[in-house]
Design a protein around this ligand. Structure first.
Ligand code: AMP
Length: 480
């Protein structure tokens, strides 16, 4: 099928040609004619399938008729994150080069006054995150009665981020006669309910079965120990062994692990950047831009960064942690193998990850291959149980549980001063981050009781100041 059979305007077709696209992707050929017919659309599509153009191209065509009025946007696109909103704006710039449309972006972390000015000029396309949109609405700077097309993008991500009440509120503020385009990669029951409430007789376009993973992504599991420094070493081993690694996103479950891992990789002289929800908008954009341009090779990211990032040529994805929500796995690995390219996704699996891994394999309806030795989860669970039992009987005071992955717990931090430190492989690793400096300076094996004739070995790492009295030979006790 060719683009010029879909009903798009000449201006849009010229931009598509300039973008170098030869033919529409499945979601594009399914959705574009329906949008142009002014039907509601329910698009079930993974990231990387060309979903963004499936709504921007027909919207541009429809917007060629009519004009925007001050503070009354003609179309509204809701995105769960600032990055996604900014990417949609870039898409409008790219495909709308032959149009003179006003596009405004309402996202957090940017001053209200600039955004107000844009709204006052009249907006054809308003791209917003739900919270910032409602802020503007409540300040009386925005009227939503003029919205003709509403796009709700990445709805399942909105659900994960707790935006559904905001979305429901926004939907009620927009005329019922609007056209609604609704996109989600997965259809959990809450999303299903939303579509039944807010879409009218939608054309349903599903380009891949719900929660299936892209076929062109080769997926592998790699067994890893649970301890943080060992896990980081396992990741480095994977990075070193990965063939044709051009650039990669490394996903962590927790923000603090994003920072820890980033610092660790930096110390190991990788060309690395980081992206997570706590960074300010400017830094995030700069980071993404550098990654896109190839100035940064590895991007350590949290799941906020997982959805929809338009980074065309990510060759690899590494899951430093098995995601706790199985659907995040689909989204994470969707960062590679985009638009027909092939990609590779590796997942580090610890003995505590069994239930998360099983949920993923059920969701994607596929058993992922292990690279190297597979984890015997039953055996690992038995060992943990035995360790706990012996820990209890020796009153070691450790409170670990089966699914414990907490950095502080697994590094011995919670055990207090009396506990033995975990054995350490190298001081370089232990100084990495996770273990407090007092513990980090301990010797690998706790010094046992010395016999009178033993020389005292300093129980400190090289370079650490040791009080002189500790290095003195003990005076032999006088015989009484
Ligand atoms: P998306 O799913 O919207 O994030 O798009 C994924 C990538 O596919 C982006 O880099 C787009 O530029 C690219 N793309 C979109 N449509 C096409 C097409 N028809 N042919 C080739 N690449 C495309």
């Amino acid at each position: 099928m060719a683009f010029d059979t879909l009903g798009l305007s000449e201006k849009v077709l010229a931009a598509v040609e300039a973008a170098g696209y030869k033919e529409p992707t499945a979601i594009q050929s399914g959705a574009i004619p329906q949008v142009l017919e002014r039907r509601d659309v329910l698009g079930i599509a993974q990231t990387g399938t060309g979903k963004t153009a499936s709504f921007t191209l027909p919207m541009l065509t429809l917007l060629e008729k009519g004009r925007a009025r001050a503070r009354m946007p003609r179309t509204l696109i809701l995105e769960p994150t600032r990055e996604l909103a900014a990417q949609v704006e870039e898409n409008f710039e790219k495909y709308g080069t032959n149009h003179k449309l006003n596009v405004a972006l309402l996202i957090g972390g940017v001053s209200f006054s600039e955004q107000d000015k844009k709204l006052d000029r009249g907006t054809d396309v308003l791209i917003a995150t739900p919270g910032r949109l409602l802020d503007h609405f409540e300040r009386g700077k925005l009227l939503l009665q003029g919205v003709e097309i509403l796009v709700i993008d990445e709805a399942d991500r909105m659900l994960d981020m707790g935006f559904i009440p905001d979305i429901e509120r926004i939907c009620k503020l927009i005329p019922f006669t609007r056209q609604t385009l609704f996109f989600s990669a997965t259809m959990p029951p809450e999303i299903q309910r939303l579509t039944e409430t807010f879409l009218q007789n939608p054309a349903r376009i599903e380009v891949a079965p719900t929660s299936s993973t892209a076929d062109n992504v080769a997926q592998f599991l790699k067994a890893s120990p649970s301890k943080d420094y060992e896990k980081r070493a396992a990741l480095r081993e994977l990075l070193e062994g990965a063939e044709d690694l051009k650039n990669a996103i490394v996903f962590c479950n927790r923000k603090r692990d994003v920072s820890t891992l980033f610092r660790s990789l930096e110390r190991h002289e990788y060309n690395v950047g980081t992206l997570h929800g706590d960074m300010d908008q400017r830094t995030r954009m700069m980071m993404l831009d550098n990654f896109r341009k190839g100035n940064i090779k590895l991007l350590v990211a949290s799941d906020v960064a997982a959805r929809g990032l338009d980074i065309p040529e990510v060759s690899h994805v590494f899951n430093y942690d098995v995601p706790i929500n199985a659907e995040d796995y689909v989204h994470r690995i969707g960062r590679t193998g985009r638009a027909g390219r092939s990609g590779i996704a590796y997942t580090l699996v610890t003995p505590e990850d069994q239930k998360y891994l099983e949920a993923i394999q059920v969701l994607i309806n596929k058993t992922i291959d292990w690279l190297g030795e597979e984890i015997d989860f039953e055996e690992a669970a038995r060992e943990r149980k035995a360790r706990r039992k012996s820990g209890r009987s020796s009153k070691a005071g450790s409170s670990s549980n089966d699914n414990e992955t907490d950095t502080a717990k697994s590094s011995g931090r919670r055990r207090g001063g009396k506990a033995k430190p975990e054995p350490v492989e190298s001081l370089e690793e232990i100084s990495d981050d996770a273990i407090p400096s007092t513990v980090a300076k301990m010797p690998q094996k706790p010094a046992g009781r010395k016999s009178k004739t033993d020389k005292l070995e300093p129980a400190f790492a090289p370079g650490v100041h040791i009080p002189a009295f500790l290095l003195r030979e003990p005076r032999p006790k006088k015989a009484s």
